[in-house]
Ligand binder design. Structure first.
Ligand SMILES: [Zn+2]
Length: 281
């Protein structure tokens, strides 16, 4: 095989690796016209909502613990069922308050390298901003969705694949240029590796959010909460997000009526007794 043939084959193979790593695990429900209209109405109502008065710290903490007691066992059982066969995954997620951060936020992460010790944290300002237990339950279910969808692992794989693709393309382009007596830019490879890593991370994050919304809907509902009511917390305007600025929950979870559509469509599936559907590999 010629060098250029090999390079082309390698690039094609890397694209395949990248594509297989980036999809969602589950089918996200279709949203028809009826659902989209209903979502658009709810979305504009939420967007028009004025800033909320912060509840007391005591109320906020009590609400967190009350919701955790109900959601945690349901979410863990949900996770164990999904990973019953196949890959080892730690469904035992620590649920904590982040008492340091002053922005309104909730996030899923791993405490230890190698994606070990999963943890979900809520900041106090977020808990003071919520209006009902349904909202906390939905946000919590959504964060469990990032674990069950294996989104951090997939983004890591995409970052690596994206970096390799662009690195391979520029190495190939440079090698061709050099073989014709052209200028060889060794920095192009490393610059493109970094750019590729960024592209890999950004490209599919919106799909993961929708998958987490879908999983969060199922978890919150199974724990006895109303996910449609809870999702309105997400749908509020950027203007009312307060002093948290870009670091807030809305920085990584932009308000979007599509998200409300997915929640409503998932509730329709639950009412029809349709379970989760895994995508065909
Ligand atoms: Zn999210």
């Amino acid at each position: 095989m010629s060098v250029s043939g090999f390079a082309r084959k390698s690039i094609a193979a890397l694209f395949l690796v990248s594509l297989s790593a980036c999809g969602t695990t589950y089918v996200i429900p279709e949203t028809g016209d009826g659902v989209s209209q209903q979502a658009a109405q709810m979305f504009s109502a939420a967007q028009a909502e004025p800033p909320r008065k912060a509840s007391s710290l005591t109320t906020a903490e009590a609400r967190f613990h009350r919701v955790v007691r109900r959601v945690q066992p349901v979410a863990e059982a949900f996770c164990r069922k999904e990973f019953a066969e196949g890959r080892e995954i730690d469904c035992n997620v620590a649920l904590e308050l982040d008492r340091k951060r002053q922005d309104r936020n909730a996030y899923f992460t791993y405490r230890q390298p190698g994606n070990k010790s999963p943890v979900i944290r809520f900041t106090l300002p977020l808990l003071q901003d919520v209006r009902s237990d349904d909202e906390v339950a939905f946000v919590l279910g959504h964060e469990y969705g990032h674990l069950i969808g294996q989104h951090i692992q997939k983004q890591q794989q995409q970052a690596v694949a994206g970096a390799l693709i662009l690195g391979a393309i520029s190495a190939y382009a440079n090698a061709s240029a050099a073989s014709y007596g052209g200028y060889y830019d060794s920095n192009a490879v490393s610059r493109n590796v970094e750019l590729g890593a960024q592209l890999g991370n950004a490209a599919f994050s919106q799909t993961y959010e929708l998958e987490s919304d879908m999983l969060g809907t199922r978890i919150a509902h199974a724990a006895g909460y109303d996910p449609v009511k809870g999702a309105q917390f997400f749908a509020r305007s950027e203007d009312v997000k307060g002093e948290g600025g870009k670091l807030s929950f809305w920085g990584t979870h932009p308000a979007d009526s599509k998200r409300v559509s997915v929640v409503i469509a998932t509730m329709d599936e639950i009412k029809r007794k349709q379970g989760l559907v895994k995508k065909q590999k």
